[in-house]
Design a protein around this ligand. Structure first.
Ligand SMILES: *Cc1c(COP(=O)(O)O)cnc(C)c1O
Length: 357
């Protein structure tokens, strides 16, 4: 068996030890005689898996007691509608900060549910300074995308929004470093970048923000109903929750989010340092706003893109093609990407530059 270095933006690489454990437990989970996939979500076995996964999210991220952790479906794109349906009812208005493709999508979807103010728009290669934002004090919330997966810009600071709750799409950098959850009203993230398989969406929501959903809100997407039913108003994505739980255990055993941050900084530095010294490869993002998770880069001559990708594939490095809206390359180096993968990529890039530069 050979495993590749998978630089996919998502669904993304997972820790090998997690996959091995899942394989071991596939047919018979802890002597139950069943696969987790076959369990009733209301049975004691799955309830224990669910409870452990939730308590690990709370422990790893330091989630305060006045927040609920919900395991939902619909992905972050689903949340683009679910967030406004649940939160915009207070004043009918919300502020959005546009820093790239994903926050632009969130804003567009939210317009169906209320009056949306674009409080700031960045150039896609840096995060606009908060002093330039035009926030509305009557907004029900301020929405940001903490890491733009396509453009590779990331918030390395937390906006101050006073009494207006801050809402963040953290799909592509959740659990990559410690954060202060109490600075946010709501955090949402699809699992398939840093936490597990697709199909699971994690929502962390402050208690007082629930209970104002628009009447059109589908019950399965109503945060308060989900919270009252321990995320079991409808059948939750059971297997995805189980795998995410294994990933959380793995993160805990590796030293928690502080260890993830150190590991992620070291990995990103290997790649960015080379990009900055290279005369052949380049990254367009302002240094202070560069993503530690998604690193877009261009070759000096895009006619060589296919040659570069084929050569990478031959060396067991896959999914490096950039998003079609940006072109070039993108290396996604989430928590589960080992530093060896980044070093192998940089070694190949150096070789390629020597040959074609
Ligand atoms: C991947 C991603 C999404 C889309 O998630 P889906 O699971 O397809 O809904 C949204 N926002 C960000 C920041 C992402 O990285």
């Amino acid at each position: 068996m050979t495993r590749v270095f998978n630089f996919s933006p998502g669904p993304a690489t997972l820790p090998e030890s997690v996959l091995r454990k899942a394989a071991e437990e596939m047919l018979d989970w802890h002597g139950s005689g069943m696969s987790v996939m076959e369990m009733s979500h209301r049975g004691k076995e799955f309830i224990s898996i669910h409870a452990e996964a939730e308590s690990l999210v709370r422990e790893l991220m330091g989630v305060p007691a006045n927040y609920k952790v919900l395991f939902m479906q619909g992905g972050a794109i689903g949340e683009n509608a679910i967030v406004p349906m649940n939160l915009i009812g207070k004043t009918g208005k919300a502020d959005y900060i546009v820093t790239g493709d994903w926050s632009k999508k969130s804003l567009k979807e939210a317009k169906t549910y209320g009056t949306i103010n674009t409080a700031a728009t960045g150039p896609n290669t840096s995060i606009p300074k908060q002093s330039d934002w035009k926030l509305d004090p009557e907004a029900s919330y301020v929405h940001i995308c903490s890491n733009e997966t396509i453009g590779g810009v990331e918030f390395h600071w937390t906006p101050e929004t006073g009494n207006v709750p801050l809402v963040a799409d953290m799909s592509s950098n959740i659990m990559s470093r410690p954060i202060d959850v109490s600075k946010y009203g709501l955090i949402y993230a699809g699992a398939q970048k840093n936490m597990g398989p697709s199909g699971l969406t994690i929502v962390i929501v402050r208690d007082d923000l629930m209970g104002h959903a628009l009447p059109i809100t589908p019950s399965a997407f109503n945060y308060q109903l989900q919270a009252e039913n321990d995320s079991m108003f409808n059948t939750p994505p059971t297997y995805a929750i189980y795998i995410a739980g294994l990933v959380f255990n793995h993160i805990k055993a590796t030293g928690g989010l502080a260890a993830m941050e150190a590991h992620n900084k070291a990995k990103a530095a290997v790649l960015y340092d080379y990009l900055d010294e290279s005369k052949f490869f380049s990254n367009p993002v302002a240094k202070e706003d560069r993503s530690l998770m998604n690193v877009p880069f261009k070759l000096k001559d895009d006619a060589l893109d296919d040659t570069f990708l084929k050569g990478a594939q031959a060396k067991g490095m896959i999914q490096l093609k950039g998003h079609r809206s940006v072109g070039g390359m993108r290396a996604s180096i989430y928590n589960a990407m080992p530093i060896e993968g980044v070093k192998a990529l940089v070694a190949y890039m150096k070789e390629f530059e020597a040959q074609h530069g």
